[in-house]
Design a protein around this ligand. Structure first.
Ligand code: DX5
Ligand code: ZN
Length: 221
């Protein structure tokens, strides 16, 4: 049985105590640090950029799972490789030449992920699924933490799982937005391999315990 991976989203961390929060994730049962990069164009919000990621990396040994919510991500692939990203995820909706972008990410030694907005159909991945390492299904509209989970996500996970099986692909399914202990088990049962959680972890009384709770509730496939 493979345990579901937990990736706390540092978007919800206390930026005044970033080292403390990164170290908390390091000492927890979390698997990855989820890092949201927003440009104020692809999404209506701006999060943080290179200097902050450099600071995170200084205290992180667990993989950096970087989620780019930016237009034209090709411009920064090399930079994110230098910053130490292990997984680099771009949005389907932000890439005109997605296949080229994926090849560029992999050529820099990173795992390549593709993210879908809530309205983007799984079938659009048919011709790229064998080239990628991860699909990140947005279960809220990207741009902000603390939003409510969109229920349609379960059906999308099942459709993706079917596509992966049919194409005999080796791809992790990651869910991002509104994840909590309320829905973690249902997401894993539907086929999720990685759960991102921001507010639910960092706004809780004991974030380290909350990460453990998520891991235990999520179980594994
Ligand atoms: C939203 C980001 C998420 C966000 C999730 O655009 O991609 O990673 O941090 O936050 P919660 O878990 O609070 O919905
Ligand atoms: Zn994210």
């Amino acid at each position: 049985m493979t345990k579901t991976k937990i990736a706390p989203s540092l978007l919800a961390a206390d930026f005044g105590n970033l080292q403390r929060d990164v170290e908390m994730v390091e000492s927890s049962v979390a698997d990855w640090h989820h890092i949201d990069v927003m440009d104020g164009v692809f999404v209506p919000n701006i999060s943080y950029g290179m200097p902050v990621i450099k600071a995170i990396k200084k205290h992180a040994t667990k993989p950096l799972d970087v989620h780019l919510m930016i237009i034209d991500p090709d411009r920064y692939i090399e930079t994110f490789a230098e910053l130490g990203a292990s997984i680099l995820t771009v949005h389907y909706e932000a890439c005109t030449h997605l296949h080229r972008t994926i090849q560029a990410i992999k050529s820099k030694g990173m795992k390549a992920g593709v993210s879908l907005n809530p309205h983007t159909n799984i079938n659009l991945l048919e011709d790229i699924i064998n080239d990628i390492d991860l699909v990140l299904i947005m279960s809220v509209n990207p741009g902000f933490g603390g939003q409510s989970f969109i229920e349609n996500t379960y059906g999308k996970i099942k459709a993706l799982k079917e596509l992966i099986d049919r194409k005999n692909a080796s791809v992790l399914i990651e869910i991002d937005g509104g994840v909590s202990t309320e829905n973690a088990k249902k997401l894993t049962d539907a086929g999720a391999d990685v759960l991102v959680a921001g507010s639910f972890v960092f706004k809780s009384k004991n974030p380290k315990q909350t990460i453990l709770d998520l891991k235990l509730v999520a179980g594994g496939n």
